[in-house]
Design a protein around this ligand. Structure first.
Ligand code: ATP
Length: 239
């Protein structure tokens, strides 16, 4: 990864027209830290990530990465500033090959020997992406497309990786594979911010979590504590 840096979100809010989806949320993710955001449907998790990326208007507050102010940076420039983003629903380019999808992830970087090295790292993390490099992305299974979406984000050598529900629609076995990959990324020092509804992935891949409710942080705790909390398990994760 690019050298990890602290992401600080202070007082971020999101409005859709007159409706407040997220009100004044604050948190930080330190270098090499892995933080989860959990909560029921509609709690504001996706809106928080999108506002961070600038994909929906940010209503006040500030965002910094490694001390650099990104509050007013537009979505298309966020990647260049070190934020990797794996959107909900993967959004791979189905008509392009797997390799082309990956190389497009490096668009914000200067094309150099490092690009090939990063591609090799992504292939190491997800061997199937190397094996299926010349296949069309649209021909991959859901799990493989999720790996491709993560791999594509890694191609920009981010300083932090934001993931929006990577487990969506995946079998427990594939969720396990995503968890292994995220665990390996953590071991390599990558910072992660993970929005999830899947308990295995959330608590397995993070050290602590924010619980969102009605656009606000209702609770925070270590992933170990929260995984044992009956209310969290019942209300937010449907266990
Ligand atoms: P999910 O897990 O279902 O994605 P979430 O916690 O990510 O839920 P958001 O998708 O961020 O929640 O939604 C937060 C609130 O904002 C919800 O009340 C939702 O209906 C509303 N909302 C989301 N996107 C829009 C939009 N484009 N326009 C208007 N309201 C929206």
């Amino acid at each position: 990864p690019g050298s990890a840096a602290t992401l600080t979100v202070d007082d971020l809010s999101v409005r859709y027209g007159g409706v407040r989806a997220v009100g004044s949320i604050s948190f930080s993710v330190g270098p090499g830290e892995s933080v989860g955001i959990i909560g029921a449907n509609g709690a504001g998790k996706t809106s928080t990530l999108k506002a961070l990326m600038g994909l929906v208007p940010r209503g006040g507050g500030s965002i910094t990465l490694g001390g650099l102010d990104l509050t007013r940076v537009r979505a298309r420039d966020m990647v260049r500033h070190g934020i990797g983003y794996v959107p909900e629903g993967r959004h791979v380019f189905p008509g392009l090959t797997v390799e082309k999808n990956l190389l497009l992830g490096a668009y914000a970087r200067r094309w150099d020997a490092g690009t090939r090295a990063t591609l090799a790292e992504v292939h190491q993390l997800f061997p199937v992406l190397g094996e299926m490099g010349q296949r069309l992305a649209g021909a991959l299974s859901g799990g493989q497309q999720q790996m491709l979406s993560i791999g594509r984000a890694l191609m920009s050598r981010p300083r932090i990786l934001l993931l929006d529900e990577p487990s969506m629609g995946l079998s427990p076995k594939l969720v396990g594979e995503i968890l292994s990959a995220l665990t390996r990324l953590r071991e390599e020092g990558m910072s992660l911010l993970l929005v999830e509804q899947n308990a295995t992935l959330t608590f397995g891949a993070t050290s602590h979590c924010l619980v969102m409710e009605n656009g606000a942080v209702a609770m925070t705790g270590t992933s170990g504590e929260l995984s044992r909390d009956v209310r969290v398990r019942r209300i937010y994760l449907g266990l």
